[in-house]
Ligand binder design. Structure first.
Ligand SMILES: NC(=O)C1=CN([C@@H]2O[C@H](COP(=O)(O)OP(=O)(O)OC[C@H]3O[C@@H](n4cnc5c(N)ncnc54)[C@H](O)[C@@H]3O)[C@@H](O)[C@H]2O)C=CC1
Ligand SMILES: NCC(=O)COP(=O)(O)O
Length: 346
Protein backbone atom coordinates (compact mmCIF):
# COMPACT_ATOMS: atom_id res chain seq x y z
CA UNK A 1 0.00 0.00 0.00
CA UNK A 2 1.19 3.56 -0.75
CA UNK A 3 2.77 5.46 2.15
CA UNK A 4 0.06 7.69 3.69
CA UNK A 5 2.42 10.64 3.75
CA UNK A 6 2.74 10.60 -0.05
CA UNK A 7 -0.96 10.42 -0.77
CA UNK A 8 -2.69 13.48 -2.17
CA UNK A 9 -4.88 15.91 -0.28
CA UNK A 10 -8.28 16.45 -1.83
CA UNK A 11 -9.96 19.86 -1.82
CA UNK A 12 -13.63 20.28 -2.64
CA UNK A 13 -14.34 23.78 -3.99
CA UNK A 14 -17.96 23.58 -2.79
CA UNK A 15 -20.59 26.04 -4.00
CA UNK A 16 -19.48 27.14 -7.49
CA UNK A 17 -21.11 30.58 -7.20
CA UNK A 18 -19.24 31.30 -3.96
CA UNK A 19 -15.60 31.95 -3.11
CA UNK A 20 -14.49 28.32 -2.90
CA UNK A 21 -12.76 28.35 -6.28
CA UNK A 22 -11.33 31.84 -5.60
CA UNK A 23 -9.51 30.81 -2.45
CA UNK A 24 -8.16 27.63 -4.07
CA UNK A 25 -6.92 29.69 -7.03
CA UNK A 26 -5.28 32.13 -4.61
CA UNK A 27 -3.44 29.27 -2.91
CA UNK A 28 -2.26 27.93 -6.28
CA UNK A 29 -1.21 31.39 -7.50
CA UNK A 30 0.56 32.64 -4.41
CA UNK A 31 1.22 29.83 -1.96
CA UNK A 32 1.80 26.68 -4.00
CA UNK A 33 5.47 26.59 -2.88
CA UNK A 34 4.16 25.65 0.58
CA UNK A 35 2.39 22.55 -0.72
CA UNK A 36 4.45 19.47 0.01
CA UNK A 37 2.03 16.80 -1.23
CA UNK A 38 -0.01 16.36 -4.40
CA UNK A 39 -3.40 18.08 -4.54
CA UNK A 40 -6.64 16.95 -6.11
CA UNK A 41 -9.06 19.83 -6.63
CA UNK A 42 -12.70 19.03 -7.32
CA UNK A 43 -14.36 21.66 -9.51
CA UNK A 44 -16.18 22.10 -12.80
CA UNK A 45 -13.28 22.64 -15.22
CA UNK A 46 -15.14 25.25 -17.27
CA UNK A 47 -16.22 27.25 -14.21
CA UNK A 48 -12.72 26.95 -12.73
CA UNK A 49 -11.10 28.19 -15.96
CA UNK A 50 -13.53 31.10 -16.09
CA UNK A 51 -12.82 32.02 -12.44
CA UNK A 52 -9.07 31.96 -13.12
CA UNK A 53 -9.70 34.31 -16.06
CA UNK A 54 -11.79 36.63 -13.85
CA UNK A 55 -9.11 36.78 -11.18
CA UNK A 56 -6.44 37.30 -13.82
CA UNK A 57 -8.42 40.30 -15.12
CA UNK A 58 -8.51 41.60 -11.53
CA UNK A 59 -4.72 41.27 -11.52
CA UNK A 60 -4.91 38.88 -8.58
CA UNK A 61 -3.55 35.96 -10.59
CA UNK A 62 -0.42 36.85 -12.50
CA UNK A 63 0.77 33.51 -13.80
CA UNK A 64 -0.79 30.76 -15.86
CA UNK A 65 -1.71 28.39 -13.06
CA UNK A 66 -3.72 26.17 -15.41
CA UNK A 67 -0.54 25.26 -17.26
CA UNK A 68 0.71 23.47 -14.15
CA UNK A 69 -2.43 21.42 -13.60
CA UNK A 70 -3.51 18.07 -15.00
CA UNK A 71 -7.20 17.96 -15.83
CA UNK A 72 -8.91 14.61 -15.22
CA UNK A 73 -12.45 14.17 -16.50
CA UNK A 74 -13.44 11.08 -14.56
CA UNK A 75 -12.56 10.06 -11.01
CA UNK A 76 -11.95 6.49 -12.21
CA UNK A 77 -9.04 7.65 -14.36
CA UNK A 78 -7.23 9.46 -11.53
CA UNK A 79 -3.74 8.09 -11.16
CA UNK A 80 -3.57 7.82 -7.39
CA UNK A 81 -0.40 5.77 -7.20
CA UNK A 82 1.67 8.45 -9.00
CA UNK A 83 -0.51 11.54 -8.83
CA UNK A 84 0.24 14.73 -10.75
CA UNK A 85 1.31 17.47 -8.27
CA UNK A 86 -1.87 19.45 -8.94
CA UNK A 87 -4.82 17.71 -10.49
CA UNK A 88 -8.14 19.33 -11.40
CA UNK A 89 -10.82 16.65 -11.15
CA UNK A 90 -13.73 17.74 -13.34
CA UNK A 91 -17.04 17.49 -11.53
CA UNK A 92 -19.53 18.90 -14.01
CA UNK A 93 -22.15 21.50 -13.10
CA UNK A 94 -25.67 21.02 -14.45
CA UNK A 95 -26.04 24.74 -15.22
CA UNK A 96 -23.55 27.45 -16.18
CA UNK A 97 -21.91 29.14 -13.17
CA UNK A 98 -22.20 32.87 -12.54
CA UNK A 99 -20.04 34.16 -9.67
CA UNK A 100 -22.26 35.35 -6.85
CA UNK A 101 -25.48 33.95 -8.31
CA UNK A 102 -26.85 30.81 -6.69
CA UNK A 103 -28.46 28.10 -8.76
CA UNK A 104 -30.03 25.10 -7.04
CA UNK A 105 -29.48 23.05 -10.24
CA UNK A 106 -25.82 22.87 -9.24
CA UNK A 107 -26.47 21.36 -5.80
CA UNK A 108 -25.99 17.86 -7.21
CA UNK A 109 -22.50 18.84 -8.40
CA UNK A 110 -21.60 19.97 -4.87
CA UNK A 111 -22.95 16.70 -3.52
CA UNK A 112 -20.92 14.77 -6.11
CA UNK A 113 -17.74 16.47 -4.81
CA UNK A 114 -18.55 15.32 -1.26
CA UNK A 115 -19.29 11.78 -2.42
CA UNK A 116 -16.00 11.55 -4.32
CA UNK A 117 -14.13 12.90 -1.31
CA UNK A 118 -15.80 10.44 1.04
CA UNK A 119 -15.19 7.45 -1.24
CA UNK A 120 -11.50 8.24 -1.76
CA UNK A 121 -10.91 8.99 1.93
CA UNK A 122 -12.75 5.99 3.29
CA UNK A 123 -10.81 3.70 0.94
CA UNK A 124 -7.53 5.32 2.08
CA UNK A 125 -6.68 6.58 -1.40
CA UNK A 126 -6.18 10.15 -0.25
CA UNK A 127 -4.51 11.58 2.82
CA UNK A 128 -7.29 13.95 3.96
CA UNK A 129 -10.26 16.01 2.80
CA UNK A 130 -10.32 19.80 2.92
CA UNK A 131 -13.63 21.43 2.10
CA UNK A 132 -14.32 24.94 0.81
CA UNK A 133 -17.76 26.32 1.71
CA UNK A 134 -21.08 25.26 0.30
CA UNK A 135 -24.42 27.05 0.52
CA UNK A 136 -26.61 24.97 2.83
CA UNK A 137 -29.85 26.53 1.54
CA UNK A 138 -28.95 25.60 -2.05
CA UNK A 139 -28.25 22.01 -1.06
CA UNK A 140 -31.65 21.76 0.61
CA UNK A 141 -33.48 23.57 -2.22
CA UNK A 142 -31.67 21.32 -4.70
CA UNK A 143 -33.03 18.22 -3.01
CA UNK A 144 -29.85 16.94 -1.34
CA UNK A 145 -30.50 14.98 1.84
CA UNK A 146 -28.73 12.43 4.01
CA UNK A 147 -28.82 8.71 3.19
CA UNK A 148 -31.46 8.19 5.90
CA UNK A 149 -33.64 10.94 4.41
CA UNK A 150 -32.73 13.54 7.05
CA UNK A 151 -32.47 17.16 5.95
CA UNK A 152 -29.05 18.35 4.73
CA UNK A 153 -27.44 20.71 7.24
CA UNK A 154 -23.72 20.76 6.47
CA UNK A 155 -20.59 18.81 5.55
CA UNK A 156 -20.23 17.60 9.14
CA UNK A 157 -23.52 15.75 9.25
CA UNK A 158 -23.21 14.62 5.62
CA UNK A 159 -19.83 12.93 6.16
CA UNK A 160 -21.07 11.47 9.45
CA UNK A 161 -23.98 9.87 7.64
CA UNK A 162 -21.80 8.64 4.74
CA UNK A 163 -19.24 7.17 7.15
CA UNK A 164 -21.99 5.40 9.10
CA UNK A 165 -20.81 6.68 12.47
CA UNK A 166 -23.21 7.49 15.26
CA UNK A 167 -21.74 10.84 16.24
CA UNK A 168 -19.04 13.25 15.14
CA UNK A 169 -17.97 16.51 16.78
CA UNK A 170 -17.56 19.84 15.04
CA UNK A 171 -14.52 21.59 16.48
CA UNK A 172 -13.07 24.91 15.36
CA UNK A 173 -9.53 25.83 16.26
CA UNK A 174 -7.31 28.90 16.07
CA UNK A 175 -4.21 30.12 17.87
CA UNK A 176 -6.29 31.28 20.83
CA UNK A 177 -8.71 28.43 21.44
CA UNK A 178 -10.33 25.21 20.33
CA UNK A 179 -14.12 25.01 20.63
CA UNK A 180 -16.08 21.77 20.18
CA UNK A 181 -19.87 21.75 19.89
CA UNK A 182 -22.42 19.36 21.41
CA UNK A 183 -25.07 20.42 18.87
CA UNK A 184 -24.43 21.92 15.43
CA UNK A 185 -26.92 23.05 12.82
CA UNK A 186 -30.34 23.08 14.41
CA UNK A 187 -32.80 25.79 15.34
CA UNK A 188 -32.18 27.36 18.74
CA UNK A 189 -35.63 26.27 19.93
CA UNK A 190 -34.57 22.61 19.48
CA UNK A 191 -31.25 22.87 21.30
CA UNK A 192 -32.40 22.13 24.85
CA UNK A 193 -34.04 18.86 23.79
CA UNK A 194 -30.88 17.83 21.96
CA UNK A 195 -28.76 18.25 25.10
CA UNK A 196 -29.06 14.66 26.30
CA UNK A 197 -26.72 12.66 28.56
CA UNK A 198 -25.69 10.58 25.53
CA UNK A 199 -24.90 13.67 23.42
CA UNK A 200 -22.78 15.09 26.25
CA UNK A 201 -21.08 11.74 26.79
CA UNK A 202 -20.23 11.26 23.10
CA UNK A 203 -19.02 14.83 22.60
CA UNK A 204 -16.69 14.75 25.59
CA UNK A 205 -15.40 11.27 24.79
CA UNK A 206 -14.73 11.95 21.10
CA UNK A 207 -13.17 15.34 21.83
CA UNK A 208 -10.95 13.88 24.55
CA UNK A 209 -9.83 10.95 22.41
CA UNK A 210 -9.04 13.08 19.37
CA UNK A 211 -7.08 15.56 21.53
CA UNK A 212 -4.98 12.63 22.70
CA UNK A 213 -4.56 10.78 19.41
CA UNK A 214 -4.58 13.54 16.76
CA UNK A 215 -3.19 16.47 18.76
CA UNK A 216 -0.81 14.60 21.05
CA UNK A 217 -2.19 16.11 24.28
CA UNK A 218 -1.83 13.40 26.91
CA UNK A 219 -4.41 14.60 29.44
CA UNK A 220 -6.39 17.38 27.80
CA UNK A 221 -7.95 20.02 30.04
CA UNK A 222 -11.56 20.38 28.93
CA UNK A 223 -13.80 23.24 30.04
CA UNK A 224 -17.53 22.79 29.47
CA UNK A 225 -20.13 25.53 29.04
CA UNK A 226 -23.49 25.33 30.74
CA UNK A 227 -26.61 25.67 28.64
CA UNK A 228 -28.44 28.28 30.72
CA UNK A 229 -27.42 31.72 32.01
CA UNK A 230 -25.12 31.37 35.02
CA UNK A 231 -25.00 27.64 34.29
CA UNK A 232 -28.56 27.41 35.59
CA UNK A 233 -28.03 29.27 38.90
CA UNK A 234 -28.45 26.10 40.99
CA UNK A 235 -31.51 25.09 39.01
CA UNK A 236 -33.33 28.42 39.28
CA UNK A 237 -32.58 29.41 35.65
CA UNK A 238 -32.93 25.99 34.04
CA UNK A 239 -32.02 22.56 35.32
CA UNK A 240 -30.12 20.89 32.42
CA UNK A 241 -26.81 21.48 34.21
CA UNK A 242 -28.00 19.59 37.31
CA UNK A 243 -30.02 16.84 35.65
CA UNK A 244 -28.22 16.21 32.34
CA UNK A 245 -24.79 17.81 31.94
CA UNK A 246 -23.03 17.58 35.31
CA UNK A 247 -23.85 13.94 36.09
CA UNK A 248 -22.09 12.91 32.86
CA UNK A 249 -19.14 15.23 33.49
CA UNK A 250 -18.78 13.83 37.03
CA UNK A 251 -18.42 10.29 35.68
CA UNK A 252 -15.62 11.44 33.37
CA UNK A 253 -13.89 13.27 36.23
CA UNK A 254 -14.12 10.14 38.41
CA UNK A 255 -12.30 8.24 35.63
CA UNK A 256 -9.45 10.74 35.91
CA UNK A 257 -10.22 12.97 32.95
CA UNK A 258 -9.49 16.69 33.43
CA UNK A 259 -12.99 17.94 32.67
CA UNK A 260 -14.84 20.78 34.41
CA UNK A 261 -18.43 20.87 35.53
CA UNK A 262 -20.76 23.14 33.52
CA UNK A 263 -19.42 26.69 33.72
CA UNK A 264 -21.26 29.97 33.01
CA UNK A 265 -20.60 30.50 29.31
CA UNK A 266 -20.44 34.29 29.52
CA UNK A 267 -17.27 34.22 31.62
CA UNK A 268 -15.80 30.96 30.39
CA UNK A 269 -14.20 32.58 27.35
CA UNK A 270 -11.92 34.89 29.35
CA UNK A 271 -8.20 35.06 28.62
CA UNK A 272 -7.36 33.39 31.94
CA UNK A 273 -9.66 30.41 31.41
CA UNK A 274 -8.61 29.95 27.79
CA UNK A 275 -4.94 30.07 28.68
CA UNK A 276 -5.46 27.10 30.98
CA UNK A 277 -7.71 25.05 28.69
CA UNK A 278 -6.86 22.72 25.81
CA UNK A 279 -10.42 22.73 24.50
CA UNK A 280 -13.79 24.26 25.38
CA UNK A 281 -17.02 22.35 24.81
CA UNK A 282 -20.01 24.57 23.98
CA UNK A 283 -23.61 23.43 23.98
CA UNK A 284 -24.64 25.07 20.71
CA UNK A 285 -23.31 26.72 17.56
CA UNK A 286 -23.35 30.43 18.37
CA UNK A 287 -22.47 29.98 22.06
CA UNK A 288 -19.10 28.62 20.96
CA UNK A 289 -18.48 30.08 17.54
CA UNK A 290 -19.23 33.75 18.32
CA UNK A 291 -16.39 34.07 20.88
CA UNK A 292 -14.13 31.90 18.71
CA UNK A 293 -14.67 33.92 15.51
CA UNK A 294 -14.32 37.22 17.39
CA UNK A 295 -10.75 36.06 18.12
CA UNK A 296 -9.50 35.12 14.69
CA UNK A 297 -12.14 34.89 11.96
CA UNK A 298 -10.16 34.07 8.84
CA UNK A 299 -7.44 32.28 10.75
CA UNK A 300 -9.55 29.49 12.15
CA UNK A 301 -10.00 25.90 10.98
CA UNK A 302 -13.11 23.74 11.19
CA UNK A 303 -12.35 20.09 11.97
CA UNK A 304 -14.67 17.10 12.10
CA UNK A 305 -13.66 14.88 15.02
CA UNK A 306 -14.72 11.23 15.10
CA UNK A 307 -14.68 10.43 11.38
CA UNK A 308 -12.61 7.48 10.14
CA UNK A 309 -10.57 9.98 8.08
CA UNK A 310 -9.28 13.53 8.43
CA UNK A 311 -11.57 16.31 7.24
CA UNK A 312 -10.82 19.99 7.78
CA UNK A 313 -12.49 23.09 6.42
CA UNK A 314 -12.46 26.86 6.37
CA UNK A 315 -14.08 29.00 9.07
CA UNK A 316 -16.15 31.06 6.65
CA UNK A 317 -19.04 30.67 4.25
CA UNK A 318 -19.59 31.26 0.57
CA UNK A 319 -19.25 35.09 0.75
CA UNK A 320 -21.18 35.43 -2.52
CA UNK A 321 -20.51 39.13 -2.99
CA UNK A 322 -16.75 38.47 -3.04
CA UNK A 323 -16.78 35.69 -5.63
CA UNK A 324 -14.77 36.63 -8.70
CA UNK A 325 -13.63 39.95 -7.19
CA UNK A 326 -10.21 38.97 -5.89
CA UNK A 327 -11.19 40.17 -2.39
CA UNK A 328 -11.56 36.75 -0.75
CA UNK A 329 -8.80 35.79 1.66
CA UNK A 330 -7.39 32.27 1.45
CA UNK A 331 -5.92 32.45 4.94
CA UNK A 332 -8.35 30.01 6.56
CA UNK A 333 -7.97 27.56 3.66
CA UNK A 334 -4.20 27.59 4.07
CA UNK A 335 -4.61 26.86 7.76
CA UNK A 336 -7.07 24.08 6.96
CA UNK A 337 -4.47 22.54 4.62
CA UNK A 338 -1.77 22.80 7.30
CA UNK A 339 -4.08 21.29 9.92
CA UNK A 340 -5.03 18.40 7.61
CA UNK A 341 -1.33 17.71 7.05
CA UNK A 342 -0.61 17.78 10.79
CA UNK A 343 -3.57 15.56 11.68
CA UNK A 344 -2.70 13.04 8.99
CA UNK A 345 0.87 12.58 10.05
CA UNK A 346 2.81 15.79 9.60
N1 LIG B 1 -17.86 25.26 5.62
C1 LIG B 1 -18.99 25.66 5.04
O1 LIG B 1 -19.45 25.04 4.09
C2 LIG B 1 -19.68 26.88 5.54
C3 LIG B 1 -20.75 27.35 4.83
N2 LIG B 1 -21.42 28.46 5.25
C4 LIG B 1 -22.53 28.88 4.39
O2 LIG B 1 -22.14 30.07 3.72
C5 LIG B 1 -23.31 30.83 3.41
C6 LIG B 1 -23.09 32.29 3.75
O3 LIG B 1 -22.90 32.40 5.15
P1 LIG B 1 -22.64 33.75 5.94
O4 LIG B 1 -23.24 33.58 7.26
O5 LIG B 1 -23.02 34.91 5.11
O6 LIG B 1 -21.06 33.77 6.21
P2 LIG B 1 -19.83 34.13 5.30
O7 LIG B 1 -18.65 33.61 6.04
O8 LIG B 1 -20.01 33.69 3.91
O9 LIG B 1 -19.76 35.73 5.30
C7 LIG B 1 -19.65 36.48 6.50
C8 LIG B 1 -18.83 37.76 6.23
O10 LIG B 1 -17.46 37.44 6.10
C9 LIG B 1 -16.94 37.84 4.82
N3 LIG B 1 -16.04 36.76 4.39
C10 LIG B 1 -16.32 35.43 4.42
N4 LIG B 1 -15.29 34.73 3.95
C11 LIG B 1 -14.33 35.63 3.62
C12 LIG B 1 -13.00 35.51 3.07
N5 LIG B 1 -12.45 34.31 2.77
N6 LIG B 1 -12.30 36.64 2.83
C13 LIG B 1 -12.83 37.84 3.13
N7 LIG B 1 -14.07 38.01 3.66
C14 LIG B 1 -14.80 36.92 3.91
C15 LIG B 1 -18.18 37.96 3.92
O11 LIG B 1 -17.96 38.83 2.84
C16 LIG B 1 -19.22 38.46 4.92
O12 LIG B 1 -19.06 39.85 5.12
C17 LIG B 1 -24.47 30.15 4.16
O13 LIG B 1 -25.18 29.35 3.25
C18 LIG B 1 -23.78 29.25 5.16
O14 LIG B 1 -24.50 28.10 5.45
C19 LIG B 1 -21.06 29.15 6.36
C20 LIG B 1 -19.99 28.73 7.11
C21 LIG B 1 -19.22 27.57 6.75
N1 LIG C 1 -20.63 27.15 11.23
C1 LIG C 1 -19.89 26.10 10.67
C2 LIG C 1 -20.47 25.69 9.39
O1 LIG C 1 -21.51 26.14 8.99
C3 LIG C 1 -19.74 24.69 8.61
O2 LIG C 1 -20.40 23.51 8.72
P1 LIG C 1 -19.94 22.24 7.91
O3 LIG C 1 -20.39 22.45 6.52
O4 LIG C 1 -18.48 22.14 8.06
O5 LIG C 1 -20.68 21.14 8.59
Amino acid sequence: MQNTLLKPLLITTGEPAGIGMDIVIDVLAHHSHALSVPLIICADKYAFTERVAQLTRQNVVKKDILANMAVVDDVHTLNLSAPHPICLLHVPCASPVVAGVLNANNASMVQAQLDIAHTLASTHQIRAIITAPLQKSVMIDGGVCLDNGDKFSGHTEYFMSKAGVDKVVMMLANAKMKVALVTTHLPLKDVANAITPYAIYQTVQITHDEMVHKFGITCPKILVCGLNPHAGEDGHLGDEELTVINPVLQTFAKQGMDVSLAMPADTLFTERNLAAADVVIAMYHDQGLAPLKSHGFGDTVNITLGLPYVRTSVDHGTALTLAGTGQASSSSLRRAIDMAMMMSGG
